[in-house]
Design a protein around this ligand. Structure first.
Ligand code: GTP
Ligand code: MG
Length: 735
């Protein structure tokens, strides 16, 4: 296998709404580049990037997959991503290791809800975007007028930098060619063929449109470039060579978002799309140096607030806390060029966990070169690793390579400890790449192992699945001891259950979804807790006074030690903190964890002989419970941010229904495929929303939700929940 230099690599994330045809288009590109002997199909599981058994069974991509096409001296790495809203966080994660987002749109519908979302993700990281309007072959794809209208809609959304660089040739014979608006050449295809076009004459019917579109393109490319503008006015056009260079630069700098046309299924336009990526997509070495976190350094003194900082640290010192706790340390910023001469560093963007081959880690070479068998350091965990066999992935198949250059995407099997989101590299040159943010799981289900044997296998199997899918969470309900599995929604959890069975022969039954409630306080309270016992010889004695105060949502628990003059000896203070944390985890109202409060340890007393860590832990629990009685405890519920897309005529019914679910509508927007409604709705009201949405919209609506924040449950609703919940057991006895 040839090894490619960074300048000969194009890393492309193929993103877009579900069923726009991403997986099929990649299959077409691979066939056109002769990477496969025939064109793969999603329907029969032969598409290279659709190898996961769940993906094949459900005919949709649920996690990122990689393929590559060797084309005219470059290697195009293609990451196939899910377009189904429940897995779109994968598409976001795919944007970190690439330099181009290839946004695939369905010619019938244009931009849809997920198209908007992936556009936003790409914009967040200034990723160059190339648009492909796909499925032009479809009988329901739009006419010439429709196509023009679609471009106008895209421009309304994303600005006039969205500009066609091709026109499709559609006539009585269907879609069978494209006009390249840069070179003004036509390419004609045999639909259903190998994706190679023959140069041909621009048909009369599109000649006028092509000329006008060429001029619009040239003008946009020249805009803001004085010497090109002058050339344009002087000559009436720009020589092809200058145009190509300027368009490449404009795409790299996000000044132009070009639009191409294709049919993945009928393989029309594939060779030209590969040509376009080869010529215009930026190579990894063309990107700005990567700014990453380096080694930890103490904070530099801030001018102006030096005094405050000094008194803070004094206070901390007198409290017996470490002054330079790791949180105080700042990470220095390291700039890395994507260059073989830099120290080697890799970032793991995906992990595949296979019961037979074990773990395969997909990574990007962020800088430097890596060779097979290299010893590297995992900087996130500070553990050594060995890159035993380097390879590149063609779907599920690993192709071994001796080395990989800066900017390339590779894979390695059997790393000991490293997981997705972690940075590895040459030990002496520490850097950390910031991982892509992941949403909180939106749905939690209780699951029940079918047999004793299944119960034993469950935790190890789920932990394997969690290695490759960061959106799966697994824990035990503290109240009922049931096993809980959280994920992005019902189809996600069902896929997890199915993988457990297929891969790990572990069978479970899915039970009703659960709402992860929490508890908090609404006012300050102070109380004392004493634990005293005299049993025969040695007694037990602990005594502390604490204050609880509400903190903003999301603060968790903050412990402050305000003890003065050794009222409680230092060695017992961690025991007090531990006692509070344990009690908080067990809940007060209904067994849900208590969060978002500050606890200050104010005072206490001890006994020379009878005091122990255990006594202080118990004292803290008593004090905590007393405080909770006084602090107006409240139940918190997760509130979801929901986006619903449906044809316009259903908007009224959808909003009415959301109102009845305690939803707050945040906004409405008319998109390509209908109306998008955004609302905040408590999770408890959304557990079976899929069925309702199907009923309201006759199956034409879709929705996406993400956990957004926690909010206090209104009293009447809380009363009902508390009435059915099992009250926690308070077994701490006082005195
Ligand atoms: N007519 C036509 N149908 C297509 C084309 N591309 C894909 N399809 C069909 O559309 C369906 C979805 O195609 P996929 O390639 O799985 O779409 P995807 O974008 O990967 O979908 P997700 O993985 O769910 O995001 C399949 O039934 C394809 O056969 C095309 O160019 N023309
Ligand atoms: Mg797909």
């Amino acid at each position: 296998m040839k090894v490619y230099a960074g300048s000969d690599i194009r890393n492309v994330a193929v993103v877009g709404h579900s069923h726009s045809g991403k997986t099929t288009l990649i299959a077409a590109l691979l066939y056109a580049a002769k990477m496969t002997p025939a064109q793969g199909r999603v329907e029969d599981g032969s598409a290279v990037t659709a190898y996961d058994e769940e993906d094949v069974a459900r005919r949709t991509t649920m996690s990122n997959a990689l393929a590559f096409a060797e084309w005219k001296g470059v290697k195009v790495n293609l990451i196939d991503t899910p377009g189904f809203h429940m897995f779109v966080h994968e598409a976001r994660a795919a944007m970190l290791p690439v330099e181009t987002a290839l946004i695939v749109l369905n010619a019938q519908t244009g931009a849809e809800a997920v198209t908007d979302r992936v556009w936003r993700y790409a914009a967040e990281v200034n990723l160059p975007r190339i648009l492909v309007i796909n499925q032009v072959d479809h009988p329901k794809a739009d006419s010439r007028i429709g196509r023009q209208h679609m471009i106008e809609l895209l421009q309304e959304k994303w600005g006039r930098q969205v500009v066609p660089v091709q026109l499709p040739i559609v006539d009585r014979d269907g879609f069978h060619g494209v006009v390249d608006l840069v070179t003004m050449k036509a390419f004609l295809y045999q639909p259903g063929g190998d994706g190679h076009g023959e140069p041909g004459k621009i048909p009369e019917a599109v000649a006028a449109d092509a000329r006008a579109a060429h001029e619009a393109l040239v003008e946009l490319v020249a805009e803001g470039k004085d010497e090109l503008m002058e050339e344009f006015f002087r000559e009436g056009t720009i020589p092809e060579q200058h145009l190509v260079a300027a368009l490449h630069e404009a795409i790299r700098e996000d000044r132009i978002f070009p639009v191409l046309y294709a049919s993945g299924l009928r393989n029309v336009g594939a060779d030209h799309l590969l040509d376009f990526l080869q010529v215009y997509a930026p190579s990894p070495v063309e990107r700005e140096p990567v700014a990453a976190g380096g080694i930890l350094v103490p904070p530099s003194p801030q001018p102006g607030n030096g005094e405050a900082a000094a008194s803070d640290s004094e206070a901390a010192a007198s409290n017996g806390e470490a002054v330079s706790a790791p949180e105080d340390m700042q990470q220095e910023i390291v700039m890395r060029r994507v260059d073989d001469a830099e120290p080697a560093a890799l970032y793991i963007y995906k992990t595949m966990s296979d019961p037979f081959t074990g773990r395969i880690s997909f990574f990007k070479v962020v800088s430097g070169m890596v060779r097979t068998d290299a010893a590297v350091q995992n900087f996130t965990r500070q553990e050594p690793e060995r890159l035993a066999h380097l390879s590149i992935m063609q779907g599920r198949k690993a192709v071994e390579v001796p080395e990989l250059h800066a900017g390339d995407l590779g894979a390695v099997a059997k790393l000991r400890v490293s997981l997705t989101g972690e940075t590895l590299g040459e030990k002496a040159h520490e850097i950390f790449i910031e991982p892509v943010p992941m949403p909180e799981p939106a749905m939690t289900y209780a699951i029940e192992p079918k047999s004793r044997a299944d119960e034993d296998k469950l935790a190890p199997a789920l932990h394997k699945l969690m290695e490759e899918d960061q959106m799966v969470r697994f824990f035990r309900d503290p109240q009922t001891s049931e096993f809980l599995v959280a994920g992005t929604g019902q189809p996600h959890i069902e896929a997890v259950v199915s993988k457990l069975k297929r891969r790990y022969h572990t069978e479970v039954t899915l039970k009703a979804p659960k709402v992860p409630y929490r508890e908090t306080i609404r006012s300050r309270a102070e109380a004392q807790g004493r634990h005293k016992k005299q049993t025969g010889g040695h007694g037990q004695f602990g005594d502390c006074r604490i204050r609880l105060e509400p903190l903003p949502r999301g603060s968790g628990i903050v412990f402050v030690n305000d003890i003065f003059g050794g009222a409680i000896p230092r060695q017992y203070i961690p025991a007090v903190e531990k006692g509070i944390h344990e009690s908080a985890a067990r809940g007060y109202l209904a067994g849900y964890p208590v969060v978002d409060f500050q606890v200050s340890l104010l005072d206490g007393s001890y006994h020379d002989v009878d005091s122990s860590e255990m006594s202080f832990k118990l004292a803290a629990r008593i004090a905590f419970r007393k405080c909770m009685e006084l602090a107006r405890p409240a139940l918190l519920e997760p509130v979801m941010h929901v986006e619903i897309e449906a044809p316009d005529e259903f908007a009224g019914a959808l909003i009415g229904d959301l109102n009845s679910r305690r939803g707050r509508v945040q906004g409405m927007e008319s998109g390509g495929a209908g109306t998008i409604v955004r609302a905040d709705v408590p999770m408890a009201e959304m557990l079976t929303y899929g069925t309702t949405l199907t009923a309201i919209t006759q199956g034409r609506g879709s929705f996406h939700m993400e956990m957004d924040h926690y909010d206090v449950v209104p009293q009447p609703v809380a009363d009902k929940i508390l009435a059915t919940a099992k009250a926690p057991v308070h077994d701490d006895a006082e005195d």
